[in-house]
Design a protein around this ligand. Structure first.
Ligand code: UT7
Length: 329
């Protein structure tokens, strides 16, 4: 019997309507469209507006669209892995909330937290349940409402992040397509450069933490940039080497969208031309767990069965990694 791979059989994304442009940011913090564009590649990002709306509400749009596209109903889903750094609540998991909202009454699920690398960590985790034969339909959701943890007075972070969410369905494939390999890494010593200072068990929320603005993203941009640019490129090159893939054999690089300069460095290290790189950072900024599924969604019509894709990400923690997969439809 041929080996069972976990293949993506449907993808769908959702971004909220509100467009926060560089021009608008110029009126909020001391910045310019020129600085943001040249340093990051971002022109605008989406923001989820509206009282009482969280990441699960964006996920509902993405997943309902995905189910319709695949022609299945929510009760057929067996497992939901929700990759997010901005869950609706500390607990219960957003996977539970999503299951309830879409009517996935037969699914179990949990949240996975690996900052910007969350989606590829989730994809790899989910693939194990398919390969083992345990499950036949697994949803991997990746998304964030980053605007809920951004300080819009901090010009070094508020220009980067945006809100958005994507979802993929994984199913067994015996034609040799699907997730072939993954290289995943973590280095907790990097946590000092990118984290949220309060709201966890070390420093629970208090009047003081709120007054000091400690429930927002803290980032030492230059330090993170140095680690990201090296490690994302290295891990993408490593997965190519160990699978004997040449640049010609790679059809698409699907990079985490944190900074256009990091994406360019990764593509160049792999020897992959710009025409093979999925980039939508100019429209959405960094949606953390959402970047890679949103790219897959937007490029879906250009993907062909058997295409070789390399996914690569780097994020807070530090976390980073790469996934090699063959498109299945
Ligand atoms: O996805 C999770 C992982 N995160 C990342 O991968 C992010 C990695 N880091 C980056 O992408 C970049 O470091 C940033 C985009 C965050 C910042 O770009 P940079 O080129 O590293 O700028 P910098 O922090 O070195 O700052 C350079 C200058 C500073 O001014 P001085 O000290 O040279 O006078 C900053 O104060 O740019 C200033 N600056 C800004 N100026 C205008 C910082 N932010 C802004 C801004 N507008 N928005």
């Amino acid at each position: 019997m041929s080996k069972v791979h976990a293949a993506i059989t449907a993808v769908q994304g959702y971004v909220p309507d509100y467009v926060l442009t560089n021009k608008e940011l110029e009126s909020i913090v001391d910045t310019t469209d020129e600085w943001i564009t040249s340093r990051t590649g971002i022109k605008e990002r989406r923001i989820l507006k509206g009282e009482g709306l969280g990441i699960s509400d964006m996920a509902v749009h993405a997943v309902n669209g995905l189910l319709k596209k695949r022609g299945i109903t929510a009760d057929e889903i067996e497992l939901i892995i929700f990759c997010t750094t901005t869950p609706d609540l500390q607990f219960p998991a957003s996977a539970n909330i999503l299951a309830d909202k879409i009517g996935a009454v037969n699914a179990w699920g949990y949240d996975l937290q690996a900052a910007c690398s969350g989606f590829i960590f989730g994809l790899t985790t989910a693939s194990q349940f398919i390969e083992s034969g345990r499950h036949k339909k697994v949803l991997v959701v990746g998304g964030d409402k980053m605007s809920s943890i951004i300080n819009y007075q901090d010009r070094s972070t508020c220009i980067i992040f945006g809100d958005g969410c994507g979802a993929v369905l994984l199913e067994p494939n015996e034609e040799g397509n699907g997730i072939i390999d993954a290289v995943l890494r973590t280095d907790g010593s990097g946590r000092q450069y990118l984290h949220q200072k309060a709201g966890g068990s070390v420093k629970p929320a208090s009047i003081e933490t709120v007054t000091n603005n400690e429930h927002v993203v803290y980032q030492e941009g230059q330090a993170v940039f140095k680690f990201a640019v090296t490690n994302m490129a290295n891990v993408a090159a490593e997965i190519m080497e160990r699978n004997n893939l040449t640049a010609d054999q790679v059809n698409w690089l699907v990079p985490h969208q944190a900074n256009k300069r990091i994406i360019d460095a990764t593509a160049s290290r792999m020897g992959v031309g710009a025409d093979k790189v999925m980039i939508n950072i100019e429209r959405y900024g960094n949606t953390t767990n959402g970047t890679i599924p949103l790219c897959l969604w937007e490029w879906e019509s250009q993907l062909k069965k058997g295409d070789t894709l390399i996914l690569a990400a780097f994020g807070g923690g530090f976390t980073w990694g790469s996934v090699y997969l063959k498109w299945a439809y």
